[in-house]
Design a protein around this ligand. Sequence first.
Ligand code: GLA
Length: 736
Amino acid sequence: MRHTAPLLLAATLASAHAQSSIHFDPTQHVWNLSAGAMSYVLGVNDHQALQTIYWGARLHPSATFPQPRQLPEAASFDPGIASTPLEYPGWGGGLPYEPALKISFLDGNRSLQLEFVDAKVTADELEITTKDALAPVFVHLHYHPYPEGVLARWSTIENRGKDTITVEQAGSATWNLPANRNYELSSLTGRWGAEWQLETEALHPGINVLESRRGSTSHQSNPWFAIATRGETTETSGPVWFGELGWSGSWRISVEQTHADRVRITGGYNPFDFAYPLAPGQSLETPKFYAGYTTSGHGEASRILHRFQRAEILPQRPSPKPRPVIFNSWEATEFNVDEAGQIALAEKAATLGVERMVIDDGWFGQRNTDHAGLGDWYVNPQKFPHGLKPVIDRVHALGMDFGIWVEPEMVNPDSDLYRKHPDWAMNFPGRPRTEARNQLLLNLARPDVRQYVFNWLDKLVSENDIAFLKWDYNRNWSEPGWDAVPLPQQKEIYVKYVDNLYSILADLRKKHPQLEIESCSGGGGRVDLGILRYTDEVWPSDNTDALDRLVIQDGFTHAYSPNLMMAWVTDVPNFLDRRSIPLDFRFLVAMSGSLGIGNNLNKWTPEDFATATRMVAFYKQIRPTVQLGDLHRLSSPRNPKDNTDSETSALQYVSTDGATSVVFAYLHSQHFGRPFPTVHLQGLDPAATYRLTPLDPDKAPGLATERNGSQLMGQGIDLALRGDYDATAIRLERTR
Ligand code: GLA
């Protein structure tokens, strides 16, 4: 055993947070990490490899663990390392499953055998250094337990040799589950206009790949997973192992069940088309891969992630401000924005109680359609002859702040920028440049492009009183070439592009601390824990049909907090499916996230204004509970048996101090005059008394104004919802 490990003197280093800790047993080389209600234990095995010992419910501090041992060979075809739950397997030694790391050396060798070197505990973090048995390749494994019940893991691969090595596959972590044949995997899939579709399927021997090869996070698959025990786990009970990756570029999570029924999950950079050379002295850090565990079902798994995102990830961590009610002009005016038109809309929006006015696409360059203008970020002088100032001043005078749409990473070939710098667009020299929405990607990995993008954004925000950017991104990558650097480095584009994106966002926020940013990608194409370190909210989908939105929002909340979920009320018939849903139902759907209004207010009747004003006022009362409380998905808009739409759904939010709660109930379509199912509340104090304030008293007949928590949860409440698209909400306040 090559133990250069300095013995850690302190056996226990509790973090600043009481609920996360790192314990170390120096006699066995075993670390016990606790994060909220979860414990995670790992150790150095008899082959000097790091091995997972335990991932599950929080253990009592008296729990002890012998040094782990590599499992024996099952057959000559199934070596010991195939069944051993390794923490970070390098590809080598006949590993037949997904490795966390694969490297090629100049001499053609491609085998790695990572062995323990030493470990150190600093503040909240455990860092274990491993090294290849022969080559001077060091891999540092980082573990950061958070009190909310989440463990972050990532790695740093360091070349201390004399020759360049090439990293061909780099995962952040491998997570091992207890042996069981009865797991099911939930994931979020979709496409433009239909993101956040929750899919659940039984695991079986073989590999399930969740991934994006598109250069960004993608609508098609989100880097989130939840694994539960089939027949045992429900929304409110049973074990769930869950996780999400913090990376906004091409990513991959492999969920693999071995033929010995062991489940391992490896995630990080997508190895497709990946190669990252490390010259002597260089290192590569992988994205953070966060995971947690609960015994209280899918609902609690979501709540752990929501609390974690608000306390540890979002730019305004640990206490994000409530999101303002916004008006966005996109669906009202599309590209036809101008000074008078935007001021007229702002004036109408202000009467509703809107707090932020956002001008969407069309305000810059020669941007009259989606065929031109991206890249030319000057204010269009025909549409805004006096610049943006008159609009912004008027918006401020109306008591709102001002936001604006940008799409910084894109360029239309019909733009001054492209005519001047055609080489700035991502391309393979001599090959056609594939356009999507008539646009190309700027190669943000280039330092000159990064500088250009930062400079104009900084100028725009410095010269105008802008509180908010809606940062859009409307296509996938194609031809990801980067011929300005030598051939071996060209594939670094997959890492450097995203690193530069993050650094622009970070620098912009640093220079303009009041600025808030939304991550939008033609809807929900770029939502992940990487971009969320720099953005305050996301646009989950361009699909604003309220019925579809219930399903979209349900899927979204499995992985992300409701305060991130920008939700607009828009006009009917809906642009996507021509469905017409009453305005109050549309509001009540949007009010279960961060409320926005995207209607053409010029076409509204006085009744519409009255409905909207009432809803915005009600929303402001419940907003802290909705955005920053605990969500209980009381009944799903999806029929869990066959994933079809259900007839009804209900949601409840409870503030973290338990003092307030709000219930939303939705009748999507009524069949055979069936009554709305009794709504059993959750998460209340059974001994406390709550005052109930229904939004529509006639829809909650006979509802006593005060009720006891046990009664609200046990007996539940009955609502008089009727017909198609009927909905209501009830506010609760604890009185004693
Ligand atoms: C994308 C966004 C929309 C809107 C348009 C503007 O599709 O998702 O909300 O901003 O771009 O072109």
